[in-house]
Design a protein around this ligand. Sequence first.
Ligand code: RTP
Ligand code: MG
Length: 143
Amino acid sequence: MTSAPERTLVLVKPDGVRRGLVGEVLRRVEAKGYVLVALEMRTADRDLLGAHYTEHAGKPFFEPLVDFMASGPVVAAVVEGHRVIEGFRSLAGATDPTTAAPGTLRGDLGRDWGERVVQNLVHGSDSPESASREIGLWFPGLS
Ligand code: RTP
Ligand code: MG
């Protein structure tokens, strides 16, 4: 079956950058056969993070989540491939690193640090609509 390749937004979160896992995350993305089409390291401001996580606004973990995501640089990437949105979510594993399956990024490399918000190394867009919206936020110049 043929279909156009998808794009997704991947973030290596501040815990992943602090722990020196940027290369490992990008290595696994590329080893899977996905293609990096944009890549940038930056410390995100709270406006960008509020827009990025707008679906979670008002939830108890929203402010700790924004604090955590603003606590240091992240690596943002636009990644392309067939069914990459679903594929990267599968590679990342479940949100909770304690129960994320071995073999996944969060399962192999993450753990619960007992912090105010779950620190789980990576973000990946969860739908084509989210991917389009998030890529527009993080890489507004990308065609
Ligand atoms: P992400 O958006 O960062 O890729 O993670 P996700 O889809 O696996 O999880 P999501 O439900 O979108 O939640 C976003 C991030 O918020 C933190 N979180 N904490 N109950 C909690 O304490 C809780 N729930 C979510 C995590 O950092 C999660 O990745
Ligand atoms: Mg999410």
